[in-house]
Write a protein that binds this ligand. Structure first.
Ligand SMILES: Cc1cc2nc3c(=O)[nH]c(=O)nc-3n(C[C@H](O)[C@H](O)[C@H](O)COP(=O)(O)OP(=O)(O)OC[C@H]3O[C@@H](n4cnc5c(N)ncnc54)[C@H](O)[C@@H]3O)c2cc1C
Length: 458
């Protein structure tokens, strides 16, 4: 393979492109894999993530859970072989509610999830029940499935930091977090050892002829380079749609802005060993009476005294003495054109902290004098039903690996493994059709889209 030819050219060295390079070069033995990115690897969206993973996904069907279970199997394999350089844990996702109507729904959702392959549902109705909390570190020999605790006394004993009126929790177990940067660098190094190359430059054009990919033109340091290749993978993250247009295709994706907040929890309001913790109920932000009155009287700020949707969530970040807590709340999402640098609502940090104090009252101690918060984020690139795209395009030799939304770190290995099966012509897993672009050609699928329920976005 010469410097100007490639077996496969991958546009984008975010977690998607890097995982694709790894699965092609290392696990499928494809030589001549070239990654092209105009930015440093993992620097656009893949370093903005909360870095969590879960096999807790809604239907319809069990495809999403199957893909995610495969992805987590691969993460665990990689953690084992690397001495867990990316610090994979399995603390779980803990959903909490103070709404009596939610309690039976927690039980119902856990039972439905078991049918989709999430793992067994265990319901704990008494304080003496044998619920096993998750250790802070490691991932081996831990339960899968879901524990639902419906006894408030057991909830208080296990999670004393939650609001006193918490009635039930749902603890999804094959979930946790890891360092996305460490994972990405590990995959990139392994791929490079097997001959994958990284070129710094922008993919400007894709030459096709006779209905198939012929070459990729890259502008690199002012010089135009043409890479002769028969295969091209679009893994361009928020520019997935734009790169699709280089092939004359209008890919069905859009972008939403999402941000996370980091602050130093010097008071230790959130235990350092806590799982990812999510409040499922709608919230009215806590304000002093005079603040509430002033906000309600201001058309620009009235929103802050109205009800916010459920879903505020957060987790402790970092080992050792780290006091950092991450918060995230998806309450305001509009499709937008991706532009950089991103700007976020100046009040986002305060809104998250106030919202989170409903679930973890000790956080309320920060409200009179807000701590310094760092807000950063990026775009979720999504399909309308929030299912990623991994597979071939209608032009021979062209593939997609994108629309990884808010779950790209956790799904990247499963999705790249699937893509690599497509590229190398291997037998495909049963869930493959659910992630192909061609699914939109199926009238039954289009009908399903019209009544699609929960998209699984937190
Ligand atoms: C606030 C936030 C929280 C999140 N939390 C989680 C989480 O907890 N768990 C999880 O799994 N996921 C999470 N995500 C989602 C995850 O970060 C993304 O799904 C993932 O990073 C997307 O990876 P990507 O490789 O598709 O895109 P990117 O990382 O954006 O990479 C795309 C790359 O393509 C390059 N590129 C684009 N066009 C061109 C071109 N023409 N030529 C050359 N290069 C090009 C770009 O420079 C970029 O480097 C979160 C995201 C955000 C914003």
């Amino acid at each position: 393979m010469s410097a100007r030819t490639a077996e496969v050219v991958i546009c984008g060295a975010g977690i998607a492109g890097i995982a694709a390079a790894y699965h092609l070069a290392v696990r499928r033995g494809v030589s001549g894999v070239v990654l092209v990115d105009e930015r440093p690897p993992l620097s656009l969206t893949s370093d903005k993530s909360t870095e969590c993973y879960r096999n807790w996904w809604p239907g319809p069907g069990d495809d999403m859970v199957a893909l995610m279970n495969r992805s987590i199997d691969l993460l665990e394999e990689l953690a084992r072989e690397s001495g867990n350089v990316f610090r994979l844990n399995r603390r779980g996702y803990l959903f909490a509610t103070a709404d009596p109507a939610q309690v039976p729904l927690f039980v119902e959702r856990a039972r439905e999830a078991a049918v989709r392959g999430v793992g067994p549902a265990r319901v704990h109705t008494r304080e003496s029940s044998d619920y096993r909390p998750a250790p802070a570190d490691g991932f081996e020999d831990r339960p899968t499935g879901v524990d639902v605790i419906t006894d408030p006394a057991l909830v208080r004993r296990q999670f004393p930091h939650l609001a006193d009126d918490t009635l039930a929790v749902l603890h999804a177990r094959r979930c946790g977090w890891f360092s996305g940067q460490q994972l990405g660098m590990y995959l990139l190094e392994r791929a490079r050892e097997k001959g994958a190359r990284l070129i710094e430059g922008r993919v400007e054009r894709i030459d096709t002829g006779g209905g198939r990919v012929r070459a990729v033109r890259v502008s690199a340091r002012g010089e135009d380079v043409t890479l002769a290749t028969g295969r091209f993978v679009n893994a361009a993250g928020p520019f997935f749609g734009k790169v699709g247009r280089l092939l004359g295709l209008d890919l069905p994706v859009f972008c939403e802005r999402h941000a996370k907040v980091a602050f130093n929890d010097v008071l230790g309001a959130m235990p350092r060993s806590a799982p990812m913790t999510i409040w499922t109920d709608p919230i009215r932000l806590p304000w002093a009476d005079d603040e509430r009155e002033a906000l309600a009287a201001s058309p620009d700020h009235r929103r802050l005294v109205e009800e916010f949707p459920g879903g505020v969530h957060g987790r402790p970040e970092g080992g050792g003495d780290s006091p950092v807590v991450l918060l995230i709340w998806t309450y305001d999402i509009e499709p937008v054109e991706p532009t950089f640098p991103l700007e976020f609502d100046a009040a986002y940090g305060e809104i998250c902290l106030r919202g989170m104090s409903r679930m973890i009252p000790k956080l309320g101690a920060y409200l009179p004098r807000l701590p310094r918060v760092v807000v950063d984020g990026g775009y979720y690139t999504k399909t309308r039903e929030n299912r990623l795209l991994a597979g071939p395009l209608p032009i021979e030799g062209a593939y997609v690996l994108g629309a990884l939304s808010g779950y790209g770190l956790m799904s990247s290995n499963g999705a790249a493994d699937l893509l690599a099966d497509h590229v190398t012509g291997r037998a495909l897993p049963a869930y493959a059709p659910a992630f192909q672009l061609a699914r939109y050609n199926d009238p039954a699928y289009r009908a399903l889209l019209e009544q699609w329920g929960d998209s699984g976005q937190l």
